[in-house]
Design a protein. Structure first.
Length: 392
């Protein structure tokens, strides 16, 4: 099938624009509109609720996020009307599982994406004991999705083996697209000296935001900016009260993020768990210098790694920043320009590769009908119904 004839439906749990996974599919869909016949995105949104978006509840421990339930009847009607060649779902989630069930019921090929190391995340938040229980459930759901899908797409090389071990039939490595604001907005020249450093992203445990706050406290000669929201927001706000060189912006729109990156010289991504790190790619596209930890999946892409400052083993953020500052302005500017070219190349290749993966998936015979077990689906329907009633 010609790629331009494809009809693709994305069914995503992550809230639009509120985290990396949500932004990933928002950006991908915006680009695919120029490459396929039709592409639709079913995704919860805080500002403009999707017609298939139902009631919601706050996520325990994180008041900045909500768990949304899909309207199963509306989603089924959308699939019936659209008749997609492929349904794309990211990992375990209520929207994803309902999308998977509909696809299996009607014989539509499924592409599952694998973008998060759930085992490491649940251990980070819940400790080892509870993590075993939660991790076991997530792994069971992942195996069900992988074994019943035609294709699994991952965003870094290290996740290919994990997907294959979980039963993925056809794992594919795909790149990360960029929002048009980061590509099309004219770039401002990198300043000769390092004056401003920023962090952009979720304020959560896996992001290791404490190390960024410690860096700001140890470098009164520089200005630091934080943009984002999450369960550790109060910790950032408290740090700002005692620091004259630290500014907190809260959650920011894409255009605001572009403005923050453009007035800073360095972005720091200090994550302890990071499957990729889209914000690092965005900063590279703005021709800015980027510091990452060895945990960031973006390091696994050689062309991108050449434009990053990756922390050495046993090296502190302060030492990495010193290493960056020790270079001449000419060298830093050259690396920033190379970083932008690498980011634009990733954006272009990611869109083309995704179109190819989806075209291949559409031609594959659907796997044996391994729908979600009826008790699981019944539970999801009951939860959705209960929260819908309580919201009235």
């Amino acid at each position: 099938m010609d790629t331009k004839e494809l009809r693709i439906l994305f069914v995503v749990d992550a809230i639009k624009g509120r985290n990396g996974v949500g932004a990933y599919f928002q950006d991908l869909v915006s680009h695919l509109k120029d490459h396929v016949a039709q592409v639709e995105l079913v995704q919860p949104c805080m500002e403009e609720p999707h017609p298939c978006q139902g009631a919601s509840m706050p996520i325990p421990g994180d008041p900045t996020q909500r768990l949304f339930f899909p309207k199963v009847r509306e989603l089924s009607a959308l699939v019936w009307e659209m008749k997609p060649h492929v349904i794309v779902i990211p990992g375990p989630g209520i929207f994803s599982m309902i999308g998977y069930w509909i696809a299996r019921k009607w014989g539509i090929p499924v592409c599952v994406t694998f973008q998060t190391d759930y085992n490491r995340l649940v251990e980070l938040y819940w400790g080892r004991r509870l993590a075993r229980l939660a991790g076991g459930l997530l792994n069971w759901v992942n195996r069900t999705l992988f074994q019943g899908s035609e294709t699994a797409a991952t965003i870094c090389e290290s996740m290919i083996a994990q997907a294959r071990a979980a039963g993925a039939r056809n794992p594919q490595l795909v790149g990360t697209p960029l929002a048009r604001e980061f590509v099309n907005t004219p770039v401002t020249r990198l300043h000769d000296s390092v004056r401003r450093v920023c962090y952009v992203g979720r304020l959560a445990a896996e992001k290791n935001i404490e190390s960024f706050l410690a860096l700001a406290a140890s470098r009164p000669d520089l200005q630091f900016e934080v943009a984002g929201d999450g369960p550790l927001r109060s910790k950032v706000e408290q740090a700002c009260k005692g620091s004259a060189n630290l500014t907190f912006h809260g959650w920011c729109s894409r255009q605001q993020v572009v403005e923050i990156l453009d007035r800073c010289q360095v972005l720091v991504l200090p994550s302890s768990v990071e499957a990729f790190g889209t914000v690092a790619l965005e900063a590279m596209a703005r021709e800015r210098l980027v510091i990452t930890t060895p945990a960031c999946g973006i390091n696994e892409w050689p062309a991108l790694a050449a434009g990053l400052w990756i922390m050495e083993p046993m090296e502190s953020l302060n030492q990495t920043l010193d290493r960056l500052q020790s270079l001449s302005p000419v060298v830093r500017d050259l690396k920033a320009k190379q970083a932008r070219q690498a980011a634009l190349g990733m954006n272009r290749d990611a869109i083309e590769h995704w179109a190819g993966v989806l075209g291949q998936c559409a031609q594959m015979a659907p796997a044996a009908n391994r729908s979600l077990p009826s008790p699981t689906l019944a539970l999801l329907r009951r939860l959705s119904s209960n929260y819908a009633r309580s919201a009235l």
